[in-house]
Ligand binder design. Structure first.
Ligand SMILES: *Cc1c(COP(=O)(O)O)cnc(C)c1O
Length: 368
C-alpha cells in the first residue's frame, strides 16, 4: 500500500468555478490560467477541467506546446511571451498567442519575418512595475508592432497589483484602469485586464473594466486573491489534500512535541502523527494552531512540521485511531484558511504540492 497521503482533484469543481467566472464577467472571453502546472493540479487536468474556457494561458513555452500537441484547439496565451527569437516561428506554427512586454520582444518579432500570422497581447505597465511598457511608451510600441507584417491581432493587456481590494491605499484598480485608458486610448484591438480579483469585482467596477478577455487563475481553483473566503463567492475547492493518522502519543503536562520542542503540553493530551510534511508541500512555517480536520472534526496543528510528518491535537476527536482520516486542505477546509494561518496564500500551497504526493481525481464529499 502506498503512503496514505494523496491530493484529490475535483474536476467538477473546476467546471463550477469556471461557470462562476462566466457569471461575474458575462461579456468577456475567459483565459483560464493554467501556469505552474495548473496551480499544482496538473496541466492535463487543467485542460480537461477548463475545457469550456475560451483559451488557456500560461507562462511555460513547453506547456503551451504540450497543450497544442494534446488536443487543445482553442487559443493559448503565453503570459510572459517568449524568451528567445528562436521561439517566434513556434508562435506562428502552433498558433500561440504571445504577450509582448518589452522592446526586446518587439525586436524578436521584427527580425523574424515571414513565419505566418502571430497574435500578440501587448502589455502595459500601469503601476505593477513588473512587466510592460509605461503608458507613455505604449503607443509607440503598438505602432512598431503594427508595422510587422506577421503580427495579426494586437490585444491590449495590463495586470492589477491590488485587484483583491477595491480601495487599496497606494494603488487602486480604478487608477490602473485610468492609466490603461490613457496609454491605450482609442487604439484598435481587444482589451484584457482582469485577473481573479478583477473578475470578482467586475460588478462593482462595472463598465470601467470593459474587458474583452479576463484572465482568472486562483478563483478557478477555489481560492481567493484577497482575505475573503472562497465560500463568500460560491467557489468550490478543487484540490483536497488528505492523509491519515499513522501514530498516536499520550503526553502529559510539560511534555514537548517535535523538533525544537516548540510545543509544550499544559495538561494531558493526545497527539496524532499525520503522514504529511514539508517535503509534500505542506508549509513548514505553519504555526501551532493551523487548522486541520480529523475524522470530520476541526482541530489544530501542534509543534513544528517536519519533512514527512506533522503532529496534531487529537483531544477533540472522540474515537481517533491509527488510520483516522485527515484533511489538510480542500473539501471542508478552504485552502485560504490554512494559508492565512501559515502567513501565505492559497496559491503557494497548491503550487507547492510535491511530486511525491499521489494525485487522484474524484468529486468532493468522497474519498477520491
Ligand atoms: C497569474 C496571472 C493571472 C491569474 O492571476 P490570479 O490572481 O490567479 O487570478 C492573470 N494574469 C497574469 C498576467 C498572470 O500572470
Amino acid at each position: 500500500m502506498p503512503r496514505p497521503l494523496s491530493a484529490t482533484i475535483h474536476l467538477d469543481s473546476m467546471q463550477h468555478n469556471l461557470q462562476r467566472a462566466r457569471m461575474e464577467a458575462p461579456h468577456a472571453n475567459i483565459w483560464a490560467v493554467v501556469k505552474a502546472n495548473a496551480y499544482g493540479h496538473g496541466l492535463e487536468r487543467g485542460m480537461r477541467g477548463f475545457a469550456q474556457a475560451d483559451g488557456l494561458a500560461l507562462v511555460e513555452t513547453e506547456g503551451a506546446l504540450w497543450l497544442r500537441q494534446n488536443g487543445w484547439n482553442k487559443p493559448i496565451l503565453l503570459l510572459e511571451g517568449i524568451f528567445d527569437a528562436q521561439d517566434v516561428p513556434m508562435l506562428a506554427e502552433h498558433n500561440i498567442n504571445s504577450a509582448v512586454h518589452n522592446i526586446e520582444q518587439v525586436k524578436m518579432l521584427e527580425y523574424t519575418r515571414h513565419v505566418g500570422p502571430i497574435d500578440v497581447h501587448l502589455k502595459m505597465n500601469t503601476g505593477m512595475n513588473r512587466l510592460g511598457f509605461t503608458p507613455g511608451e505604449y503607443e509607440a510600441a503598438y505602432r512598431r508592432l503594427r508595422a510587422i507584417p506577421d503580427v495579426r491581432h494586437i490585444t491590449h493587456m495590463t495586470h492589477f497589483a491590488n485587484a483583491d481590494e477595491l480601495e487599496h491605499p497606494r494603488l487602486t484598480i480604478a487608477e490602473q484602469v485610468r492609466r490603461f485608458k490613457y496609454g491605450a486610448g482609442e487604439l484598435p484591438g481587444e482589451r484584457s485586464l482582469s485577473n481573479s480579483g478583477g473578475v470578482l469585482h467586475q460588478g462593482e467596477l462595472g463598465d470601467a473594466l470593459s474587458n474583452d478577455w479576463v484572465r482568472p487563475g486562483i478563483m478557478l481553483y477555489g481560492g481567493t486573491p484577497g482575505g475573503r473566503s472562497a465560500l463568500d463567492y460560491n467557489l468550490l475547492p478543487t484540490m483536497t489534500l488528505r492523509s491519515e493518522v499513522i501514530g498516536i502519543q499520550q503526553i502529559a503536562a510539560g511534555d514537548t512535541v517535535g523538533y525544537g520542542s516548540r510545543f509544550e503540553a499544559t495538561g494531558p493530551m493526545t497527539i496524532g502523527v499525520v503522514a504529511c510534511g514539508y517535503a509534500d508541500g505542506y508549509p513548514r512555517h505553519a504555526p501551532h494552531g493551523t487548522p486541520v480536520i480529523v475524522d470530520g472534526v476541526a482541530t489544530r496543528l501542534v509543534g513544528r512540521v517536519s519533512m514527512d510528518m506533522m503532529t496534531v491535537d487529537l483531544s477533540p476527536i472522540a474515537n481517533a485511531r491509527i488510520g483516522s482520516k485527515v484533511t489538510l486542505w480542500g473539501d471542508g477546509l478552504p485552502v485560504d484558511e490554512v494559508a492565512q494561518a501559515a502567513g501565505t496564500i492559497g496559491y503557494e500551497l497548491m503550487c507547492a504540492l510535491a511530486p511525491r504526493v499521489r494525485v487522484l481525481e474524484g468529486r468532493m464529499g468522497t474519498d477520491g
